[in-house]
Design a protein around this ligand. Sequence first.
Ligand SMILES: [Zn+2]
Ligand SMILES: [Zn+2]
Length: 168
Amino acid sequence: MNKTPWRLNPTEYRKLQRKIRNTDGCWEWQGPTTPNGYGKARKRSGAREQMTHRIMWEHHNDQEVPDKLQLDHLCRNRRCCNPEHLEPVTGSENTKRQDHRERRKTHCPKGHEYTQENTRVSKQGKRNCRTCDRERKRDISVTSAAGVEPSGIEPESNSGPQADFTTV
Ligand SMILES: [Zn+2]
Ligand SMILES: [Zn+2]
């Protein structure tokens, strides 16, 4: 009986590693995935299928994922099995984090809604907010046209008492 079933021997490890590509620090699984998009594999022939990020985490941490804990992908990349991108958390913590992310998905970091018109998808599949794009462009054109840094403080002091005084 194997007392440390989570530990891979060098051959098993290499076999899995051959299907992993390092992309920006993520160890992206290139093999089959579960319907949810997680990598899946068998550690050895005859073993049951497991999620690859779980296999790698257990091997590198030399322990099984503790009961009642789930591995949360800090990098949001479900195919990633880099143990450093995985954090064991409770199921409720994981759900809480997911809710937070879902909510964020409907709006850009500045709070503009990601409607179809307001969303530009980059080559990497990332969403960009068109309103923010426009605001960035406007800032740039103001800077180059006036030759000064745009500032939110200047116009306000002009409309104050001091401005009245100089126009008289
Ligand atoms: Zn990752
Ligand atoms: Zn925005």
